[in-house]
Design a protein. Structure first.
Length: 471
């Protein structure tokens, strides 16, 4: 730099000249202090806003005068927004926003200028922006819809005492905010009940986020749950990733197969439940949480706790409202109504006629043990429906699709049970009857309807005898 050359006066003149020129060219300008209160506004901007005098708005927060202004964002981040399109009461305008700093580079306020209020020359650009905004709104709406619960309690079909009890317990849980633990075999409808609880709760308008713990690789589980900041680990993206827990904030997080969660993640989840806050990977941000947890498992968590495979403190945190979902073999009387409902769904899904079930075919479906529960029942009915060339499901249709079972033989009564010294005939008959019922249930793996058929006994009588003998 040449000697005796002082840039400071020129710098100040350049800034002053630039500001004056910018103000003249712009359609309006204003300034705020560090708190976002309007401290200056020119006449053009007053006219643009339709305000008679500056006295009406000086000292007021800009968010109260211009609700969609991004000046508060500029004040918070210290970053200018050089070119932006803003919607106002009469249309659209192009605006620029700049932070104001003091000699120590501390933010003491912000400028905002309206560059254009007639966007006819920018028509193609504005049209594209509006189109993108509509598309973004549509995508957000669709994503929001996808996060809503799809099921309600009436879809857990059945009139049995077991089905009625599950619906009753679920409705009671819906009105509470405590954690729910759903326990039941695979395919019994745990997610259906979880969604039903959410749909009947005060959180129903918020997100329902489901995560199958067993379906996510262990190396990705932590990022999937807690989210990441850019570059949080090798291979992480350049953009922050929102985790499932944060995504469910305000709503419900459903953790399916919680028994498969690795120990390290169990400890982190426990902290989330205790502290009600979340820290994404690679971040120092603490995110307050208001999320309802519903966990589900097909494993025996109590036994896992005893074997030190699952944290006892996490188990107690999850098992606040336990709901047991019964296997289908324990509510065979619900199978006919389940079949009708599932066949209606299948007909709608494949745009085909609804199929009726012949009585003997329905009896065979009712007598089968269904190790895969409702999921297996739906699979069998869908397979039959897609193969069927008539409008009726027959016994042969069901026989062809059900897994083959070993031949059944009537259980024999051991000779020692035929010697009843000192007992009356009624007592002797009762002992033999009880023994035969127990043996039949054992042979049929607990399937009561099949056991009744094996003994050639009416189902109602069979259930009555079970209650009588307390089997």
């Amino acid at each position: 730099m040449p000697e005796n050359f002082n840039v400071e006066p020129l710098h100040k003149m350049a800034i002053s000249s630039f500001f004056e020129t910018f103000e003249k060219v712009a359609e309006g300008g204003l300034a705020t202090d560090a708190e976002g209160r309007i401290v200056w506004i020119n006449q053009k901007y007053l006219a643009f806003l339709g305000i008679d005098g500056a006295a009406e708005i000086l000292g007021r927060k800009i968010s109260k005068v211009i609700p969609n202004s991004l000046i508060p964002q500029v004040l918070e981040t210290g970053k200018p927004i050089l070119f932006d399109v803003m919607e106002y009461s009469r249309g659209w305008c192009v605006v620029s926003r700049f932070p104001i700093r003091d000699g120590q580079q501390k933010i003491i306020g912000a400028f905002g200028f309206v560059l254009y209020d007639d966007l006819s020359e920018l028509g193609p650009l504005i049209g594209k922006i509006q189109s993108l905004q509509k598309e973004l709104h549509s995508v957000r709406k669709e994503l929001s819809r996808n996060r809503r619960a799809k099921y309600s309690f009436h879809q857990f079909a059945g009139t049995s005492a077991a089905a009625t009890s599950v619906r009753r317990e679920g409705r009671l849980a819906a009105n509470k905010s405590a954690t729910v633990l759903l326990q039941g075999e695979t395919g019994t409808g745990k997610e259906l009940i979880a969604q039903s609880i959410h749909a009947a709760s005060p959180r129903s308008a918020m997100n329902f986020v489901a995560v199958n713990v067993s379906a996510i690789p262990e190396t990705l589980l932590e990022a999937e749950f807690f989210g990441t900041d850019p570059g949080a680990y090798t291979g992480a993206g350049r953009k922050a990733r929102v985790g499932k827990i944060e995504l469910a904030n305000g709503g419900t997080l459903f953790l399916d197969e919680i028994g498969d969660m690795p120990p390290i993640l169990q400890a982190k989840l426990l902290r989330v439940l205790q502290e009600r806050e979340l820290e994404p990977l690679g971040s120092n941000r603490i995110i307050p949480l208001d999320v309802r947890i519903i966990a589900a498992t097909s494993r025996n968590l109590e036994e896992m706790v005893e074997r030190n495979e699952f944290r006892d403190d996490l188990y107690y945190r999850l098992n606040v409202i336990p709901i047991a979902i019964p296997p289908l073999r324990d509510r065979p009387e619900d199978i006919p109504v389940l079949c009708r409902g599932l066949l209606e769904e299948i007909a709608d899904q494949h745009d085909m006629d609804f199929l009726e079930i012949e009585p003997d075919a329905e009896a065979l479906l009712t007598g089968y043990g269904w190790p895969g529960n409702v999921r297996e029942l739906r699979n069998i009915l869908e397979r039959i429906s897609l193969k069927s060339k008539s409008r009726t499901i027959t016994l042969s249709d069901v026989t062809a699709c059900l897994p083959r079972q070993e031949g059944l033989q009537l259980c024999a009564v051991p000779p020692e049970h035929l010697e009843f010294t000192g007992k009356s005939m009624a007592e002797a008959v009762a002992m033999v009857e009880k023994r035969m019922i127990v043996e039949a249930l054992r042979k049929m793996s607990g399937r009561k309807v099949e056991a009744a058929k094996l003994l050639e006994m009416p189902t109602s009588t069979f259930y009555s005898k079970i209650r009588e003998y307390r089997i």
